[in-house]
Design a protein around this ligand. Structure first.
Ligand code: HEC
Length: 147
């Protein structure tokens, strides 16, 4: 009887651990997708300002670039083991974590450069810096995100 109670306890503890792991994976997915959504929120209007679809406002452009640069290192930790299923994250991420991680390094450096360029208020500097960030988003999506 004692033994059985112990087995039941051990079983429920194990189940508890498994549930906690599943919740961790769900939270990690929510975290990274939330960060990417926030990136899009800051990034989209910058593109519209560059294209002339929205009036260019230097302070607002710089503010958006700064927020994007802060978000750049945040999504990566959401790519925990076993979190591809049911998402657009390709299994290739976990097969080549170095390249994938390099994409986030590049995002950090290109967004920092965009902040610098945006402070100049000079489109001749801002446009190519924005292009470098856009290429970094696209480069990673082409390799590691399902389309
Ligand atoms: C190093 C790789 C990488 C970089 C860099 C990157 N992304 Fe992504 N992005 C992904 C992956 C992988 C997903 C799919 C995540 C998922 O489905 O859980 C994704 C998903 C998204 C999504 C969809 C989020 C959702 O709600 O499902 C948006 C929007 C997005 N990225 C925007 C951007 C923007 C904007 C940039 C550049 C400023 C960017 N990403 C840079 C890898 C990257």
């Amino acid at each position: 009887m004692k033994k059985l109670a112990f087995a039941t306890l051990a079983g429920s503890l194990l189940l508890g651990t498994l549930n906690a792991q599943a919740a961790d994976v769900d939270n990690a997915i929510e975290h990274r997708q939330g960060v990417f959504s926030a990136m899009k929120w800051y990034f989209g209007p910058m593109g519209a300002m560059i294209k002339g679809d929205m009036p260019y406002d230097q302070a607002e452009f710089t503010r958006r670039a700064e927020q994007l640069a802060k978000l750049a290192p945040m999504a990566e930790e959401g790519f925990v083991e076993g979190s591809a299923e049911g998402t657009e994250a390709l299994p290739a991420i976990w097969e080549d974590m170095d390249t994938f991680s390099g994409g986030f390094d590049k995002l950090e450096s290109t967004t920092a450069a965009l902040v610098e360029a945006s402070m100049s208020g000079d489109m001749a500097q801002i446009k190519p810096a924005f292009g470098d960030v856009a290429k970094t988003c696209k480069g990673c999506h082409d390799n590691f995100r399902e389309d």
